[in-house]
Design a binder for this molecule. Structure first.
Ligand code: ZN
Length: 508
């Protein structure tokens, strides 16, 4: 060894020792991750871009399996035992585990590697040819070379950049940083990367049941969804359930002249408007009998957490140009209630196509967001009772003339959409509190803790089948355009995720 390499050796061993001794505190694990990231930004961006360049719509069985195999190969060199879990008709789940000697807890990290279908023509650049821009396309972001040094405000664009391939890269980087520094994980780590989340996870229950014996864990860390709108990190205990239906009401069996028959022949558009208005108050509360009785008010600790979170309402009102929100409640409280959202109404025409006619029918599509205790079964029952109470005869198929003549009012309901219930884990569960404490320590901004996200994911299945509670740790920027065009991930969010994973995995 020459003098130079001796010196280098001494520095490295000292660094490793310091790091290893400091393993018990989140700050030093995060610092190790930060230094590793700073030294490897180009490599991380390249790895991310390579992963994003693989088309990943779940219905493309060949492409989605390629993603799974590629991700499995990424995990293998990182001390994981990897396998693809299969279920008939389903894209594989990439499952891997990495045991840590002496660890008495197991953390399961959930990510999904499939993405929403795209309408490539809407995108500013090809959805599966990742590019870097210095801002959102909507705000005039310009394309910049995908070359270090990177501004942390830059964003990488591509389908699944924000939803949900980022955590795969971040987790691998965290493990590389810790391994290089010789810092052991304090938990057994398992990963469950799903391949059909954006299709509504139709095989998730089967997948979980078939492979239940491998899926033992103390907690599932669900890494999906957007971070808080304030850009502060957040930990979320649940999601709303999702359901919906179609409703068609009827007027005359052929379009009628509105001069000859107006005020006499029932106008289905008006009937539909009245029916919907009878279900939902202007402030969003649902007027269907028994519906709101199922809503459990927030617990004391849930309420405290919401009160402590930074309010984003005023900023969002400006950003979204919405004038005034529907309710006096802040956003975080409003999304803890069930919602009835009119997704669309169709009948007649407007503008130059408008005709002075009374239409034969009008149809609405209604989306329902559910809260715990408000199951899809209950929602359907309550909606049907309500529609009957408004004087409608309910049918499930297009009514014929005989039916139309026999009943004063007819509503055809379409319940073909499959729904699923909400999920909320115990806000005070010790392992969740521990993760909250670790995240809180890492940032000078307080961690935002949310009892529930407004959106929906079929998380209830995980606890139902495996018996393990779930908490959601989203890493994507809130304005990542997930599901839309020009989906992106802000680099700082990716960098932060690496530090959070490193701290959590060494301090649980
Ligand atoms: Zn997602």
């Amino acid at each position: 060894m020459n003098r130079h390499s001796v010196l280098k050796f001494v520095i490295w061993t000292t660094l490793a020792l310091v790091s290893a001794q400091a393993a018990a505190d989140p700050g030093s694990s995060a610092m190790v991750a930060r230094e590793f990231r700073q030294a490897h930004e180009q490599q991380l961006v390249d790895e991310f871009a390579a992963l994003l360049s693989m088309p990943n719509v779940a219905t493309d069985a060949v492409a989605i399996r390629k993603n799974a195999e590629y991700i499995a190969e990424l995990l293998r060199p990182r001390k994981f035992q990897v396998e693809l879990l299969e279920a008939p008709g389903s894209p594989p789940v990439v499952f891997a585990q990495r045991l840590s000697p002496g660890a008495d807890k197991t953390l399961m990290i959930y990510v999904h590697y499939d993405g929403q279908p795209v309408n490539a023509a809407d995108w500013a650049s090809d959805p599966w040819t990742p590019v870097m821009r210095d801002g959102m396309v909507e705000h005039g972001g310009r394309q910049v070379p995908m070359k270090a040094p990177f501004d942390p405000e830059w964003r990488i664009f591509g389908r699944s950049a924000g939803d949900d391939k980022g955590p795969i890269i971040a987790l691998n980087a965290a493990l590389d940083a810790l391994d290089q520094a010789g810092i052991p994980l304090s938990v057994n780590l398992k990963v469950f990367f799903e391949g059909e989340e954006e299709q509504g996870s139709p095989h998730l229950e089967d997948m979980l049941s078939r492979h239940k014996d491998k899926l033992d864990a103390d907690l599932w860390l669900f890494c999906d969804g957007p971070a808080h709108q304030s850009r502060q990190w957040q930990l979320v205990n649940g999601v709303r359930g999702s359901f919906g239906f179609g409703v068609t009401v009827y007027g005359p069996n052929r379009p009628l002249h509105s001069g000859h028959y107006g005020n006499w022949a029932p106008n289905p558009i008006m009937l539909l408007i009245d029916l919907i208005a009878s279900m939902r108050a202007p402030d969003g509360s649902i007027l269907i009998d028994g519906y709101m009785d199922r809503v459990v008010p927030p617990s004391l600790s849930e309420m405290e957490a919401i009160d402590a979170a930074p309010s984003v309402d005023a900023g969002l009102v400006r950003e979204l140009g919405i004038g005034r929100p529907e309710t006096e409640d802040r956003l975080e409280l409003a999304i803890m209630r069930p919602a009835l959202n009119v997704r669309g109404i169709h009948s007649g025409d407007v503008g130059s196509q408008a005709r002075n006619a009374i239409q034969p029918s009008a149809t609405a599509s209604i989306g329902l967001r559910l809260v715990p205790d408000l199951t899809p079964e209950f929602a359907r029952e309550a909606v049907e009772q309500h529609v009957r109470k408004q004087g409608y005869h309910i049918v499930y198929q297009e009514p014929g003339n005989e039916d139309r003549a026999k009943h004063e009012r007819i509503a055809m309901l379409d319940w073909s959409e499959s729904g699923y219930p909400a999920y909320r884990s115990d806000f005070d569960l010790p392992m969740i509190q521990q993760i909250a404490g670790i995240m809180d320590e890492l940032s000078d901004q307080p961690l935002v803790r949310m009892p529930s996200m407004g959106g929906s994911l079929p998380i209830y299945l995980i606890e139902q089948v495996t018996g393990t509670p779930v908490v959601i740790l989203p890493i994507a920027n809130h304005d990542n355009n997930q599901h839309g065009k020009d989906e992106n991930l802000r680099l700082q969010n990716l960098w932060d995720a690496i530090e959070i994973y490193a701290a959590v995995l060494t301090n649980l």
